[in-house]
Design a protein. Structure first.
Length: 281
């Protein structure tokens, strides 16, 4: 029997072969991409489900879910929160915007479930469940407080209260003025009703601690404290429950709470915030 040699492939045949190979390769690549995308989508959906179904306080201690929460929260924080609280999360004392990573909480103690409530319903926002139990009266005005009747204070009386606050902080103060200021704090001004008799505040109603040298407004100087007493404050945080998705709110709460965990130094917290924001500290 004669053996017939295979005919060499023509140019057109080679083109068809290359085309078929490209099509096969493209189909395999598309299948891999689609499969990978499906796997990623399913994994993301699973993580979202676990994020929403779990106890937020417990989730914060689970590394995988905490990392996922941070990845969801970062872009949301950048877009919705950084304009007030800052990219470094240190707030703005000129406007009374709280520092989120100093462990000093105006409402609650910094647990994720507490932070979540503040994000959802805001502070002095328009929702029924918002934090809106007290304001700082403007004692320099004729009618200091809108919630109930409080007597106004003269500039001299306000200065006396400032000296008393300095005594509570264990800072140098005029003893005579501080003595008069203590009586105003405990009686005329009714300051103790919100800030407590020891000046430690009340996080159940958002009354700041006056003795920890952490200031929501200003720098703690005599003039700064005088301004707060004379002019009052009633800061607002928007309610995000109608803007953000539940998973975004939960992720933000866990992210913020974790960055402010006790045991981290201020520098470490600021560095972590910068790194998680994708910026150098």
């Amino acid at each position: 029997m004669s053996h017939e040699e295979p005919r060499p492939e023509t140019g057109a045949g080679r083109d068809r072969t290359r085309k078929r190979r490209r099509m096969i390769f493209g189909a395999i690549l598309a299948a891999l991409v689609l499969g990978g995308g499906l796997f990623l989508s399913l994994r993301t959906a699973n993580l979202y489900s676990r994020l929403l179904r779990g106890d937020p306080d417990a989730i914060a201690e689970k590394p995988e879910l905490a990392r996922f929460a941070a990845s969801v929260a970062k872009p949301v924080y950048d877009r919705r929160c950084a304009s007030c609280h800052g990219a470094d999360m240190k707030g703005d004392r000129s406007r009374g915007v709280p520092n989120l990573i100093d462990q000093d909480w105006l409402y609650g103690s910094g647990r994720p479930v507490e932070v979540e409530r503040t994000i959802l319903y805001g502070i002095r926002a328009s929702l029924p469940r918002t934090w809106n139990l007290a304001d700082m009266p403007a004692f320099g005005q004729a009618n200091p407080y809108r919630r109930y009747k409080v007597a106004p204070l003269s500039p001299g009386q306000i200065k006396d209260v400032v000296e008393f606050v300095r005594v509570l902080e264990r800072k140098p103060a005029d003893p005579l003025m501080a003595s008069r200021g203590g009586k105003i704090f405990a009686d005329t001004g009714q300051c103790f009703d919100c800030h407590s008799t020891d000046g430690a505040g009340d996080s159940a109603i958002g009354a700041p601690n006056l003795v920890d040298d952490i200031w929501l407004y200003g720098d703690g100087s005599r003039q700064s404290v005088f301004n707060s007493i004379a002019h009052g404050h009633a800061g607002v945080c928007p309610a995000w429950s109608t803007v953000l998705k539940p998973g975004q709110v939960r992720a933000l709460a866990i992210y913020i709470s974790n960055l402010a965990k006790p045991g981290r130094s201020g520098t470490a917290r600021a560095t972590a915030a910068s790194q998680q924001q994708g910026r150098p500290s």
